[in-house]
Design a protein around this ligand. Structure first.
Ligand code: SF4
Length: 474
């Protein structure tokens, strides 16, 4: 999943280095790709710092609109990164009109942070920087991710004059061979040129723009982590966020068009056999980053915490049950049945929101609080449960825009109507799903409530069962 960081806070804080390890042997090469068209740069899921007063937010199925939102300006990309779904999800022509963007911002008066990217390359949108300026002028902290392939001198200047607070640059390798084998259609040399252009613009403007590198860690680029730290340091970038693949896409109802990406992910994700070597690389990386003064955020290699460590009412995104305690370990997720609609097994959820905390089957707290405290909108206007879903045909709370006259139901809307997440009382047809407009309506809609309810039980939505956040390894 293409993904990344608005707030500057990382999902996993860097840990202190414990010393250099021995030289790292090269990993076995990944088998040649299956010659399938696959999608571009996964966006970096973003996680705002927990805000005071959020404790207990998961006690309701109808939380207030969050203070953090992630909005895609555009649903397409100029690259074709092999682990990204954006070019396959059926709405790749979607471009969020500027006027729609203003409407959305108007509907979120308490918004404090905006990540203006999800899937897709935001600099493809002709008014991307106008969006940044509008939000920043309202006091909203704005961040974005980019593959940096489209950074002209003019765009570099706007990066440092528009009010953009942070820009994450996707770099999945330290050599052209590795980088270009992942980020298809990209030129490593051009990206490095553009990185220098961006850093120079920041320096010349005396700008406080925070620039960070983001690496999606896989088997075939693990050996380049050390070199990437050195490269970023040489180019004046002070931080590297390393993330693992966001999902193994093993949910049973995965739309067929994503199967090539799922197969690539299966080859690319670190296996158990790779973890000792990865741990060694991590130790060396921490030592190197510390010596260079570069901030390094590394993912977990093993699931994080036991279920008993989860909070009673709000779960840390990084927290999860141990594999032994978790009935939905990644290896079992493919065989697990889709989640039953939560409201089919639980008391009906009132529109005003009943507290799932009263359910006797509810565990200590949801493993993930994304659907409560963060909001994700695609360029086509689909309100998704989180950034990790990334495609509306895997899970959606519905469209927030009215459908234009004469348009048929979009594939995502049609998929939603048949989704196992659809709860009794939820919009039950594509037409009904399209009829409702408004962000708050969808945020509090019965589909959203059913999703939250299920996530708080031991029968989470199918899409969560294959999610790295759910398993605590992102
Ligand atoms: S656990 Fe579910 S809601 Fe949370 S990030 Fe993963 S897919 Fe999204």
């Amino acid at each position: 999943m293409s993904a990344v960081l608005p707030t500057g806070s990382a999902l996993v804080p860097p840990r202190a280095a414990t010393g250099d390890a021995a030289a790292i042997p090269a990993l076995d090469p990944i088998p040649a790709p299956a010659a399938q068209p696959v999608a571009p740069a996964a966006s970096t899921p973003v996680r705002p710092a927990a805000a005071a007063g959020d404790a207990g937010v998961t006690d309701t199925l109808t939380p207030p609109l969050p203070r953090f939102a992630q909005i895609e300006p555009i649903g397409r990309c100029n690259l074709a990164c092999r682990m990204c779904t954006v070019n396959d999800r059926g709405d790749e022509v979607a471009e969020l009109p500027f006027e729609r963007f203003v409407e959305l911002i108007d509907q979120m008066p308490t918004l404090q942070e905006l990540h203006l990217q999800g899937l897709g390359e935001p600099m493809l949108h002709p008014r991307f920087f106008d969006m940044v300026e509008l939000a920043a002028a309202r006091g909203i902290r704005v961040s974005a991710n980019t593959n940096l392939t489209l950074l002209t001198e003019s765009r570099a200047r706007r990066c440092v004059t528009s009010g953009l607070a942070a820009l994450s640059v996707s770099l999945d390798g330290a050599s052209a061979g590795v980088y270009e084998s992942i980020r298809l259609k990209a030129s490593f040399a051009k990206v490095l040129r553009n990185l220098d252009r961006l850093v120079a613009a920041r320096r010349q403007a005396g700008s406080a723009l925070h620039i960070r590198g983001v690496m999606v860690l896989m088997r075939h680029n693990l050996a380049e982590l050390l070199a990437l730290i050195e490269l970023l340091h040489r180019h004046g970038v002070p931080e590297l966020l390393v993330q693992r693949l966001s999902s193994d896409l093993t949910q049973p109802d995965l739309p067929r068009r994503y199967i090539p990406i799922r197969d690539y992910v299966a080859h690319a994700e670190l296996s158990d056999a790779d973890l000792p070597q990865a741990a060694q690389v991590f130790e060396q990386s921490r030592a190197l980053a510390r010596r260079l003064g570069l901030k390094l955020c590394l993912p977990k290699l093993q699931p994080a915490a036991a279920a008993s460590e989860r909070g009673a009412s709000i779960g840390s995104i990084g927290a999860m049950a141990s594999p032994a305690a978790a009935p939905l370990a990644a290896t079992a997720s493919a065989a697990a049945p889709p989640a039953a609609p939560a409201s089919a097994a639980a008391p009906a959820v009132a529109a005003s929101g009943s507290s799932p905390a009263s359910s006797p089957t509810r565990p200590a707290g949801p493993r993930c609080t994304w659907p409560w405290d963060q909001l994700y909108l695609t360029a086509a206007g689909e309100l998704l449960p989180c950034c990790m879903v990334a495609t509306a045909d895997r899970a959606s709370f519905g469209k927030v825009f009215a459908q234009a006259a004469g348009q048929g139901a979009s594939p995502p809307a049609a998929a939603q109507a048949a989704s196992p997440l659809a709860a009794p009382g939820a919009a039950s047809s594509p037409a009904a799903a399209q009829a409702s407009t408004g962000l708050l309506d969808r945020w509090h809609g019965s589909t959203a409530q059913a999703f939250r309810q299920a996530l708080g039980t031991d029968q989470p939505p199918a899409v969560c069962r294959s999610c790295a956040l759910y398993h605590g390894t992102f």
